[in-house]
Design a protein around this ligand. Structure first.
Ligand SMILES: NC(=O)C1=CN([C@@H]2O[C@H](COP(=O)(O)OP(=O)(O)OC[C@H]3O[C@@H](n4cnc5c(N)ncnc54)[C@H](OP(=O)(O)O)[C@@H]3O)[C@@H](O)[C@H]2O)C=CC1
Ligand SMILES: O=C(CO)COP(=O)(O)O
Length: 347
């Protein structure tokens, strides 16, 4: 049940944590919608450029940010009197950021995140990290879906989805994001939404590598479709809802990331398929490439549930340097003929 709008207090100030491409684009979007917005980042030069020159020269060069958007390196100042916190740091910095914000969070402020991935090493879902770190009773939500930061910052039309168990908070997050060019849908499936956002990054490496090897459009589409099958099977095992994976958080983001050259994960795959080393490709991309860590966590999760995920497994093995992309292709093509669906993925 969603809380009626009239029973919710006005959001007031929004604090966005993480001044990379996604945090900056989301903060700009929220500020454009008229909400007092403060962006926290750790790089003083980037923060000053956003605050004074209304540009993030490192992550979104040449894109004008709203003059009303404030930026700071002072986390306590960013969080002071905030009515909503939106975390947009990479997954490897998520736990550390949650620990830093926990003692500074105003009591009434819920915490949302737009990070895609799992806690590296433990494989915990980010909503588990958030709940464990913040304690019971704090409203939580994830923002996910097909959304390249650059396009959002440019004001191009985009649709995302917000999932969480506190319907009033989910609605609050959706309302600050929703606007003339930005549609924010809502749902209550944290696990499925987080799984989709994390797993599509791994599958984008596979389609990128296929395109890098010039394997053609049939191969690309076969990988997307069988990749979706892997997402649906793992989702069923972890208790996510199938419709979540057939929507923006799954299929939508999978198609975007597997086909759009703005994707850093796809670009990593393209580089690997063309014979570049992982280290050189990641250095050239120069931004976070979540699949490098997420591939391990996806396979750990799959093993825990006794599932075979051939595409994700091959991506993991290529990223570890155990096999080449050409060997991964041979392994996938040599698999036995089988039924398209085994078991009921859609319950
Ligand atoms: N970009 C996109 O289009 C989208 C990204 N996402 C997700 O958003 C998350 C963030 O990605 P994105 O913004 O693109 O990444 P970027 O590479 O663009 O930026 C990463 C940002 O995180 C900062 N950072 C890294 N480590 C820490 C830390 N320990 N503490 C605080 N800040 C830190 C970096 O700071 P510094 O510059 O100082 O290193 C930088 O500001 C990822 O999980 C990604 O999957 C989701 C949807 C769209
Ligand atoms: O999550 C994204 C789009 O929805 C961004 O994808 P990349 O991290 O691959 O650039």
């Amino acid at each position: 049940m969603q809380a009626p709008a009239s029973s919710r207090p006005a959001t007031g100030k929004v604090a966005v944590l993480g001044a990379g491409s996604w945090g900056t684009a989301l903060a700009a979007l929220i500020a454009r919608h008229g909400h007092p917005t403060v962006l926290w980042g750790r790089d003083a030069a980037v923060v000053e450029a956003i605050d004074r020159r209304h540009e993030n020269p490192h992550y979104l060069p040449g894109i004008a940010l709203p003059e009303a958007l404030r930026a700071t390196t002072d986390l306590a100042a960013a969080l002071r009197a905030a009515g909503l916190v939106l975390v947009a740091v990479p997954s490897h910095a998520f736990t550390q950021t949650l620990h830093a914000l926990a003692p500074l969070r105003p009591a009434h402020a819920g915490v949302a995140w737009a990070t895609k991935g799992f806690e590296p090493g433990s494989g915990r879902f980010l909503h588990e990290v958030a709940a464990d770190t913040l304690g019971p009773g704090v409203p939580l939500a994830v923002v996910t879906g097909p959304s390249f930061a650059k396009e959002v910052a440019q004001g191009l039309p985009t649709a995302v989805t917000v999932h969480g168990e506190d319907a009033g908070f989910v609605q609050q997050v959706a309302e600050v994001l929703h606007g003339p060019e930005f549609r924010a849908y809502t749902g209550d499936d944290l696990r499925g939404a987080e799984l989709g956002g994390a797993m599509k990054n791994v599958l984008a490496v596979a389609t990128g590598a296929a395109d890098g090897m010039n394997l053609g459009l049939n191969a690309r589409t076969g990988l997307i479709t069988r990749g979706l099958n892997e997402m649906l099977r793992l989702n069923a095992a972890i208790g996510g809802r199938p419709e979540t994976l057939m929507g923006l958080a799954g299929l939508g983001d999978l198609v975007l990331t597997c086909t759009g050259d703005l994707s850093r994960n796809r670009r990593l795959g393209l580089a690997l398929g063309r014979g570049q080393s992982l280290q050189d490709a990641v250095r050239e991309i120069g931004q976070v490439v979540e699949s490098v860590q997420t591939a391990d966590e996806v396979m750990r999760l799959a093993q825990r549930h006794g599932l075979e995920l051939p595409i994700a497994q091959n991506v993991r093995d290529v990223l570890h340097g155990d096999i080449t992309p050409a060997e991964a292709l041979q392994r996938l093509l040599a698999r036995e003929q089988k039924a398209e669906y085994a078991g009921d993925l859609f319950r």
